[in-house]
Write a protein that binds this ligand. Structure first.
Ligand code: SF4
Length: 706
């Protein structure tokens, strides 16, 4: 745990899914010093601006929730209470809701920033004790289309590539990802790889010419939401020019003939009309992708956060299956996880649609396996509500107790008008949170103060399936407690009330024993790391899954065998669908959103660091200069951005790195900075029908002087 000098601990940066290793040294004044961990295989000592300044976010008790609070009525002030009283009240509320309205009147909305141990116990509480599958997470907003894409094509939710592939690829296709801002250390590795190998081709497809595009040999300014047309046309070219790997397709895949029929209509010219990319560039992209000795695709929210996100994921994975660029060094479709532990959450079953060990709650045999592991009679068969569905049900009065942990839905979910109405309608909103500035706290009936980085101990899994230890370097301030301990304490009280025989099932001495129980649930599954333990992680360092007891597997599917029923990967007959939100005469601008380099989510932590806030001090609408001219707008002018769901006011700035007709607002600001609501006042609840991921990346809007 410690590195040998002072009381420095090895841990993991708490921001993005890169999962960089850090060395954290307490300085004795309630703060820590943070440097990169040279030995961690994600970053080898590198850190980005956010990771480097993590120490500046510590020792800020004024920014933190320090005591549990309770309000006795919606219009009553919150009052500080003891933990005993808070835990008893949570347990009583849960028991009453289950008794009077049934288990599905309870819902849990969690976060990809929770540690695996926290996530696991929430899941066991929801499904094993409360008896509901209503447990979902903000990972639904982030990675669920990637999960669906992998499962439908490759058979399992398992990214097949690893970070070393950034250095081994001959061609890197970055689609819908601004790695320079969202995964800066991976981007730095890619920059260095390209400098060392000038023959490496980099293709970037994005409606914005971002900093990531600065290293592109070919930039494709794809219209928001039209990537399926681009990917289909690339495959069309590969087929036409005999660039596909016929042997690989014949030996390891199914479904190519049907897809091939569909692709006939996606000529480069026809696709160019749909996706806005010049046909010659589509041809070049296809040739580079197919002809490289090894091609790696890196993608994230620009594919996932659309009502056709699963289709986009599948269409991109098709390119790898058709060319055999998978399962070998430098190749594969590689989804980059947004949050630090969205992968771990998927492993424990932290989504309504997943059970522990990548099992399926719709599968009776899988439910029986988990029930046996947990020694409970049965798991609920009723499907659970995904994130947006959960808040829709709450708005209809169907959710009586909503427990929100480590996330800020009053800013981050789409269609904020509905979300806030839902939060007002729920009888009891429990908010388990570390920071005092979260918008969601305004709706809390019970507040449970949580420990956060660097006060917590546990594990996370990064984008390349690598599990690392997170270690505490400071005590939690005030009365804040580790998340898993809060869950275990409530679960034991609730069990004592409704099922006393289960009290002992939530009695854990430490995080290591929670991890051990979780790891056992993966035995025999695609991700099997049942042989992994804190002891192994402490001695041998971070490990990838699947883990055989000695080593983890860096790449998957090298043998061409896939975890599908037939053992073959699947081509899907993906039809062309436009995004749900359509531009019109009233709402002619395609508004998109994304991260800035130096902020994280709703800024509870990064706003504490002056050097980070200086990068971009205020939110603004960014538009192409021609659009500003057309709308008679001046740079710096206050504008009203509006659609049928809401309106926000902010200054406008010109930026010709955007396509004309496309505008951008960063995702980070809400609350006071934008009159109470951020960009999600405008985004839509339209869901991908397969992944249930909402279309956060696109809203049709109008822009006018305020
Ligand atoms: Fe942290 Fe991500 Fe930056 Fe690494 S790249 S230091 S994990 S924010």
């Amino acid at each position: 745990a410690t590195t040998g000098h002072n009381n420095t601990v090895s841990s993991i940066c708490c921001y993005c899914g890169t999962g960089c290793g850090v060395q954290v040294t307490p300085l004795g004044d309630g703060t820590v010093r943070v440097i990169g961990d040279d030995s961690h295989p994600a970053n080898f000592g590198r850190l980005c601006s956010k990771g480097r300044t993590l120490g500046d976010t510590t020792g800020r008790p004024g920014a933190r929730l320090l005591r549990p609070t309770l309000r006795l009525a919606k219009d009553a002030p919150a009052q500080a209470v003891s933990w005993d009283s808070a835990l008893a009240t949570v347990s009583d509320k849960l028991a009453a809701a289950i008794r009077e309205h049934g288990p599905d009147s309870v819902a849990f909305y969690l976060s990809g920033q929770l540690l695996t141990e926290d996530y696991y116990l929430f899941n066991k509480l929801a499904r094993g004790l409360v008896g509901s599958n209503n447990i979902d997470t903000n990972s639904r907003l982030c990675m669920s289309s990637a999960v669906t894409g992998y499962k439908l094509t490759l058979g399992a939710d398992a990214p097949p590539a690893c970070y070393d592939d950034l250095e081994l690829a001959g061609c890197v296709f970055i689609a819908g990802a601004n790695m320079a801002y969202a995964h800066p250390v991976l981007f730095r590795r890619l920059e260095e790889a390209k400098a060392a190998n000038p023959d490496m081709k980099i293709i970037v497809a994005d409606p914005r010419r971002t900093d990531t595009a600065s290293i592109a040999d070919l930039y494709l300014p794809v219209l928001p939401g039209t990537d399926v047309a681009l990917f289909h046309a690339m495959l069309n070219v590969m087929i036409w020019e005999e660039l596909i790997d016929r042997d690989y397709i014949a030996q390891h895949t199914e479904g190519f003939a049907a897809l091939r029929q569909r692709l006939r209509e996606f000529t480069p010219r026809a696709a160019s009309e749909l996706c806005g990319v010049h046909e010659d560039d589509i041809v070049t992209a296809a040739r580079w992708f197919a002809s490289s000795p090894a091609t790696l695709s890196c993608y994230t929210m620009g594919l996932n956060q659309y009502s056709n996100g699963s289709d986009k994921n599948a269409a991109l994975i098709h390119l790898h299956l058709a060319t055999g660029h998978i399962g070998k060094p430098g190749a594969g479709p590689f989804s980059l996880t947004g949050q630090p532990n969205a992968m771990g959450g998927r492993e424990v079953g932290g989504l309504a649609t997943v059970l522990p060990g990548h099992r399926d709650p719709a599968n009776a045999a899988h439910r029986a396996e988990v029930a046996a592991l947990w020694q409970v009679p049965a798991l609920p068969a009723q499907p659970g509500l995904s994130a947006v569905e959960m808040f829709e049900a709450a708005a209809e009065g169907k959710i009586k107790v909503l427990w929100i942990a480590c996330t800020n839905p009053a800013q981050s979910l789409p269609d904020q008008a509905l979300v806030r109405a839902a939060l007002e309608r729920v009888d009891c909103v429990i908010v388990q949170e570390a920071f005092a500035g979260s918008e969601t706290l305004a709706y809390a009936d019970i507040v449970l103060p949580a420990a956060t980085w660097p006060e917590k101990d546990g594990t996370v899994t990064n984008s390349e399936r690598r599990i690392s230890r997170v270690r505490a370097a400071l005590p939690a301030p005030g009365e804040a407690r580790e998340d898993w301990r809060i869950v275990a304490a409530v679960a034991q009280r609730l069990a004592a009330t409704i099922a006393p025989q289960h009290v002992a099932k939530f009695a854990f001495a430490d995080g290591g024993s929670v991890f051990a129980e979780h790891a056992a649930t993966t035995a025999g599954r695609d991700l099997d790391y049942s042989a992994l333990s804190y002891a192994i992680l402490d001695v041998h360092g971070p490990q990838q899954w699947p883990f055989d007891g000695k080593v983890g597997r860096s790449r998957l599917y090298g043998d061409g065998v896939f975890p599908t029923a037939s053992g073959r990967a699947q081509f899907l007959d993906v039809a062309w669908r436009t995004p749900a939100d359509k531009v019109s005469a009233h709402f002619p601008i395609r508004l998109t959103t994304g991260r800035l380099r130096d902020h994280w989510h709703s800024m509870s932590r990064t706003a504490l660091v002056p050097t980070l806030t200086r990068h971009v001090e205020e939110p603004a609408l960014v538009m192409h200069p021609r659009d500003m001219q057309r709308h008679k707008l001046q740079a710096g002018e206050l504008v009203k951005v509006r659609n049928k769901r809401g309106a926000i006011y902010l200054p406008v700035q010109a930026d010709d790195s955007l396509r004309a007709g496309v505008a951008f607002i960063p995702m980070h600001w809400g609350g006071a900075a934008l009159g109470g609501q951020g960009i999600n006042a405008l985004t839509s609840r339209a869901l991908d029908p397969q992944s249930k991921q909402p279309e956060l990346k696109l809203a049709a809007v109008s822009v006018e002087p305020a």
